[in-house]
Design a protein around this ligand. Sequence first.
Ligand code: NAD
Ligand code: TDX
Length: 335
Amino acid sequence: MKILVTGGAGFIGSNFIRYWTNKYPDDKIVNLDALTYAGNLENLKDIENNKNYEFIKGDIRDADLVNDLVKDVDLIIHFAAESHVDRSIQNSEDFIKTNVLGTRVLLDAAKNNGNIRFHHISTDEVFGALGLDDEPFNEDTPYDPRSPYSASKAASDHLARAYFHTHKLPITISNCTNNYGPFQFPEKLIPLFITNLIEGEKVPVYGKGENIRDWIYVDDHNAGVDAIIKKGRIGETYCLGGENEITNLEITKKILNLMGMGEEMIEYVKDRPGHDFRYAMDITKAKNELGWRPKIKFEEGLKKTVEWYKNNKDWWRGIKSGSYLEYYKKQYGRN
Ligand code: NAD
Ligand code: TDX
């Protein structure tokens, strides 16, 4: 099988390519990635010389390139996106361009080249925000995106579903909760906090740290995508999650504990505008239909992740410089 993976130089995409090449070494993978600030070929150093792997630097909005690349492809797995909520609040332009218009280019290319099987990677954030007593999201939850990021992802989900209904394009969609693990760009909560602490810097908790997320180790997400590709029903959505709801403050304390540091390293900062209070996912459908479930316990995954960032300082020190510092200063008002 030949697969076009988009956004394979990012966090989840690179972990996915490693997962897939280990499990299915005979499959050919073409990785199309524009190498934005979030894309990094260092994420795939161990794979780059694999004979069944090819990297193409390019934009998913480049219709000529995309049409050319999909000619002999059996499956498209679409990870490429602008993925950080805070950046979408600072400026949403690239979110609309990549997440909405880019997805449309890929869907058209799949449609125009023999209705290629298409898996769209999405997020729990399209469903909006939950209160403490609300039932978790599931596949039937109405869409209610509240940030520019989640609105752009919701639009891309709707487009994928529209191509299924209108053009019979064989799509599936996964909506997953917060991922963590190695190679995550240090703008997201867990890698930002770990790397700040390694540098002896405080960690910026938004508001009172009471917001709740569900966290899944990236390999568990990738195993879920694998299960959907092998066993999922065409046209269906599958909700994936870690069954691991926790407040930001509790995570922060766990990280501090693993690093042998105290709560004096916490700095409570201005809250995120429109900060979604709680995300949680009911993953019954994926469990029952796919036989998939998350396997990595949060304590184990978090420990592995802390160790990875401690052992790979060159990887993230290179990233936490240049334009990142401009973003960081704007976001947190400090260097
Ligand atoms: P990431 O920001 O780490 O990586 C995104 C990748 O896409 C980068 O390599 C970047 O260079 C590439 N890219 C961006 N714009 C592009 C364009 N126009 N053309 C080609 N490549 C482009 O993101 P991630 O955290 O790995 O997320 C991957 C996918 O998973 C996204 O679709 C995201 O919405 C979704 N998702 C993420 C999470 C999470 O917790 N990180 C949870 C659920 C769903
Ligand atoms: O400095 C911070 N301080 C803080 O308190 C950062 C960066 C985050 N937070 C809070 C905001 C959220 O409640 O931590 C929580 C997690 O924040 P992020 O890591 O930015 O993730 P989130 O906004 O929940 O979105 C993530 O999960 C869903 C991914 O970035 C999305 O791509 C994915 O779709």
